[in-house]
Design a protein around this ligand. Structure first.
Ligand code: HEM
Ligand SMILES: N[C@@H](CC(=O)c1ccccc1NC=O)C(=O)O
Length: 267
């Protein structure tokens, strides 16, 4: 039944539509969006491969936006707002992990039908992925060298990310706004004070837990990704020129907020 109560056919006109200029496809720019999947081969699974990467990049864009918001909220001392945003970040990050399963429905044989066409492209070159790492505090300038292919605008974005404050910088500001010292020598004592004095500092504790969950979920994605990689290409080296799985295993151990993990040993 149509929304306007007509028993058959689509609604002729909906409430609030009078004079409106927006349509579903226009608002969401679907003609543009759905024109962006352009396989390089005839292999049937290449559409899946392109789609899943594009979906990742869309989520990366949203994550950057929300994490910027969380950083701003921490600087402003609005911890509740930062926490609200981290909730969304965590939910999206869990989706990113779950999504790997969809790509694993592709067999290695089917991947090999188009893999050769991909080199030297690889996830190495995801600007937004590196932006997320830089914003989160994992700043390895050597990666700028692997971005020679990217546009000036993208390179400028990465350089900006290296120069701007990280989530950790914002958390330290939130700590110092509450009178807790944050110098290298004093930070562990302050983190311990927060952990042991929940009556006064529960909001700061919960926020640190949110940061840790962001860190943990990102690490889980890296582990999930390398599992998929081993399943797809085994011990082959990567199209991006790395050793493949061994390189990725090394990356899986990294942490955004090492002090929050170190804190565990003192609790
Ligand atoms: C068949 C599926 C996939 C395979 C076999 C694969 C393989 C690889 C390999 C071997 C690398 C290391 C760089 C290189 O030498 O190529 C890499 C890096 C990367 N891949 Fe994938 N990948 C797959 C799917 C994905 C998907 C769906 C994403 C989502 C965006 C992704 C994102 C990345 C990122 C961000 C890196 C850089 C990681 C880092 O430097 O820490 N990959 N991938
Ligand atoms: N690096 C992968 C290829 C690959 O997965 C890929 C290729 C182009 C664009 C994104 C990719 N995804 C992640 O690395 C490989 O070595 O098979």
């Amino acid at each position: 039944m149509g929304i306007d109560g007509d028993a058959s056919g689509p609604p002729r006109r909906q409430f609030g539509e009078e004079g409106g200029r927006l349509s579903y496809g226009g608002y969401l720019r679907l003609p543009e969006l759905l024109a962006q999947q352009q396989p390089q081969s005839q292999a049937p699974d290449e559409l899946l491969f392109i789609t899943i990467h594009q979906v990742y990049e869309l989520w990366f864009k949203l994550l950057l936006h929300e994490l910027e918001g969380a950083r701003e909220a921490m600087f402003a001392g609005e911890l509740w707002k930062a926490r609200q945003l981290f909730k969304r970040v965590h939910a999206v990050e869990r989706v990113l992990i779950e999504q790997v399963e969809v790509l694993e429905t592709m067999t290695p044989q089917d991947f090999m039908e188009f893999r050769a066409k991909l080199a030297p492209a690889s996830g190495f070159q995801s600007v937004q992925f590196r932006e997320l790492e830089f914003l989160s505090g994992l700043r390895d300038e050597r990666y700028l060298g692997s971005f020679r292919h990217v546009s000036d605008e993208e390179l400028a974005r990465l350089r900006r990310r290296l120069a701007e404050p990280t989530l950790w910088d914002a958390y330290l500001t939130a700590l110092s706004q509450r009178g807790l010292p944050v110098s290298d020598d004093e930070i562990m004592t302050s983190l311990l004070a927060v952990a042991r004095n929940r009556g006064s500092y529960d909001d700061l504790w919960q926020l640190a837990e949110d940061l840790l969950t962001h860190d943990e979920t990102a690490a889980l994605w890296r582990m999930r990704h390398v599992q998929m990689v081993e399943r797809q290409i085994g011990t082959k080296s990567g199209t991006g020129g790395s050793t493949g799985a061994p390189y990725l295993r090394g990356r899986a151990r990294l942490h955004y907020f090492p002090l929050l993990w170190e804190l565990r040993a003192w609790l």
